[in-house]
Design a protein around this ligand. Structure first.
Ligand code: KIV
Ligand code: NA
Length: 270
């Protein structure tokens, strides 16, 4: 497989092929995910919960993100992997100023990321533009944005009513205009994310708990393997149950997303 690039992802979108993404936090699992055929690997700040035992992503530092990004990048390199590597800018590392965001993004790009992800809309658009103009590909993230869980009042579905849906749509379009080339939509109604996907031509939507109408899907690896400390949210499927290995489970996830069999809007969506 040729290295995954932004033009390649745009091509897939054009051809109607779903984009697959999964989180990884270390060298070995990153290499396994790559070998299983996912196009995108996300070093998510969910590593706060998954690896560090935190209650939310708010406590994750830029140092921690750089450490895990380096590990994943080395794993991919050693395995001659081809996945597109995205790394989360953590809480407090991009809100002060565009300059602070660029400094933080540089740290993760130098750790081996190909793209950074940041949460929120509105005030983030100028920041996204600043980064994109300076050669940093950006993935935005709207809907349930876990770094602001305390302001949102919990892990709940976003964009349910007309006003919230309209605000989300406005923010998504602003982010595309600012140059974001991907957009994670987390816990939003399937109908809304489907219509957003149609409205965004150059920005590829990646859903998690957002139904089947997005350009791609992402899951936290430990959730889809059924290895976690809490209860799985309704949008997750355990792919390990019927697989003989971790690689097999991730291959099944890739197949299910590509075929449109996962997510099932009757089971996994709002
Ligand atoms: O940190 C993370 O794992 C994420 C995904 C759930 C999109 O941001
Ligand atoms: Na995240």
């Amino acid at each position: 497989r040729k290295p995954i690039s932004l033009p390649r992802l745009a091509q897939m979108r054009e051809a109607g092929e779903k984009i697959t993404m999964i989180t990884a936090y270390d060298a070995t699992y990153a290499a396994v995910a790559d070998a299983a055929g996912v196009e995108c690997i996300l070093v998510g700040d969910s590593l706060g919960m998954v690896c560090q035992g935190l209650h939310s992503t708010v406590g994750v530092t830029l140092d921690a993100m750089a450490y895990h990004t380096e590990s994943v990048a080395r794993g991919l390199h050693r395995a001659q992997g081809t996945a597109w590597l995205i790394s989360d800018l953590p809480y407090g590392s991009y809100a002060e100023s565009r300059e602070q965001a660029m400094r933080s993004a540089s740290r993760l790009m130098q750790a081996g990321a190909h793209m950074i992800k940041l949460e929120g809309g509105g005030w983030t658009a100028p920041t996204v533009q600043f980064l994109v103009e300076r050669g940093v590909p950006v993935c935005a993230h709207l809907g349930l944005t876990p770094q602001t869980v305390h302001a949102l009042g919990g892990y709940r579905v976003q964009g349910r009513d007309d006003i919230a849906a309209a605000a989300l749509r406005r923010q998504a379009i602003e982010l595309q205009e600012a140059g974001a080339s991907m957009l994670v939509l987390e816990m939003v109604p399937a109908e809304l994310s489907r219509s957003l996907t149609q409205a965004l031509a150059s920005c590829h939507t990646i859903g998690i708990g957002a139904g089947s109408g997005t350009a791609g899907q992402v899951l936290v690896m430990h959730d889809m393997l059924g290895v976690n400390l809490g209860r799985n949210p309704k949008f997750v499927r355990n792919f390990m149950q019927d697989a003989g290995s971790v690689k097999g489970a991730i291959e099944a996830y890739v197949r299910a997303v590509k075929s449109g069999e996962f997510p099932d809007d009757a089971v996994h969506a709002w």
